[in-house]
Design a protein around this ligand. Sequence first.
Ligand SMILES: [Zn+2]
Length: 253
Amino acid sequence: MITRTIHNALGAVCPALLVLACGCVYASAPNDAVINNTSHFDWLTAAPFAPTFAVLDTESSLGPYASSTKTITLKDLVNMHGHPCDGLVTAACGLSAGLKILYPDGVIDRTDTGCITNNSLCFGDIAAYLTGGRIRFGTQKIDPGLGNAFIVYRFSTREAVKVSLKPGVFPEEVLRLERAIRAGDFTIDDMRRCQELQWDYARNLMQRPASESFDVERMPSFDWKPDVYEHQGKRGDIINKNILRETTQGATP
Ligand SMILES: [Zn+2]
């Protein structure tokens, strides 16, 4: 058991200290070559339905809109998020399906999009990166009860779309192992088994169109209300984002 390993490393420890140590067990577990070898994860971008994202931003801190888009791949998401995981792939595939409804031309405007996820590290990171939503600007929200679902919102059109992983898609065995690991009741072999099964699930998710794994629904009566945040501010880069378009339009006969 992992608790036994930690106990041995610490020598004689009191029960209270052991409980505290268990809370840090994931962070203190040794890395191994699988995690460090990024080429091991080439399947992330090689899968037949691995999503990519075209995004539009502003070109500097006070605007205006950039003249071209950027392309984001799953490897970009890993670099931002810190690790490849089932949550990253679930969020990317689900958000891809939802954002296609908000942006039929395929270009996600990251100055105009909000997102809502549960409070998982993985879902929240990926949603913020792909939409440009941030809690400190009131454009990213957390709903702890949302589960394996995502809501994306386009501020200029007030359109909202909810994307939910279909029941039965996420493997029961992974769920069981994740619960055991979070509870501190596991071995290193359990952790490795869980990782492999999570990555198997992620690979499989990208073997078919997202529409087969997710339910997508518009939310016509949805009303965006920012979460309360003490230091909420205003994004400087979007206040004049349209200035070149307006100038161009004004000059056109
Ligand atoms: Zn993750």
